[in-house]
Design a binder for this molecule. Structure first.
Ligand code: NAP
Length: 238
């Protein structure tokens, strides 16, 4: 339910042209935040490939100018990856790390002066259940999402004294454009995830966005450095 609990917050959401990022931008706005959106394409404020070395610094500069400051980061941009270890291409592995981790690291690093100035900064990264587990074909993706959780914990330790909280949401299987091709081509994969979750359904982007909004709010003021599974309970059986 919409509220005004984020009134006064000034947020960047990346990956905001699609899926979880789009739902997050909408939810933060519904709760009163000013939001500056970024993605590779689409109806967003800043369009760029965020792996370009200076893209995150330019994004922050434009967001600060548009919003009048910056105190909240939600880097949702990411790519999925599925490939067996044998024959796994170096460049593909590196691309997954660049999008899912290096770009997130740069966004947080380059925003530190603004988070410091704001005093009550919030960072919510997007991990995955594969931040804690691996599986066949997921060496690049799971490595990247484990790294996101490690980055989150370390940055939480470092920025806590500045009043900044840093947490990681760990979604299970969510119905977004990222997962749609796999669920369409392999209906049994979709059924597997629906049945694995005690709540017996796939997640929706809003299921994740609502928790992100909570983590950005004052209600989560004493919570930092955590990975939060949002998976319909699927991982209780792992
Ligand atoms: P999505 O619908 O594909 O949204 C991701 C967005 O990020 C897309 O608009 C994509 O643009 C953009 N993006 C990708 N690479 C980028 C780059 N280099 N620069 C700028 N933008 C880029 O996927 P989603 O499911 O919402 O995923 C959002 C996040 O949740 C990701 O980090 C993902 O790993 C994570 N996650 C998703 C699930 C799930 O089941 N869906 C589960 C766990 C974690 P293009 O479409 O042009 O590539």
């Amino acid at each position: 339910m919409a509220s005004d609990r984020l009134r006064g917050r000034k947020a960047i959401v990346t990956g905001a042209g699609s899926g979880i990022g789009a739902a997050t931008a909408a939810r933060l706005r519904a709760d009163g935040a000013l939001v500056f959106t970024a993605d590779m394409q689409g109806d967003v404020d800043f369009v760029a490939d965020l792996t370009t070395p200076d893209a995150n610094a330019r994004l922050i500069e434009q967001a600060v100018a548009a919003l009048g400051g910056l105190d909240t980061l939600v880097p949702c941009a990411g790519i999925s990856a599925f490939h067996p270890l044998e024959g796994h291409d170096d460049a593909y592995f590196q691309r997954v790390l660049d999008v899912n981790v290096v770009s997130v690291f740069r966004l947080i690093r380059d925003a530190v002066p603004h988070l410091k100035a704001a005093g009550k900064g919030r960072v919510v990264t997007i991990g995955s259940t594969t931040s804690s587990h691996g599986d066949e074909g997921l060496c690049a993706y799971a490595a990247s999402k484990h790294a996101v959780l490690g980055l989150t914990k370390s940055v939480a330790a470092e920025l806590g004294p500045l009043g900044v909280t840093v947490n990681c949401v760990q979604p299970g299987a969510i119905a977004t454009p990222m997962t749609a091709p796999a669920f369409t081509q392999m209906p049994e994969f979709k059924t597997f995830w629906e049945n694995k979750a005690p709540l017996r359904r796939l997640g929706q982007p809003e299921d994740i966005a609502d928790v992100i909004a909570f983590l950005c709010s004052d209600d989560a003021r004493f919570m930092s450095g955590h990975g939060v599974w949002i998976d319909g309970g699927a991982m209780v059986r792992h």
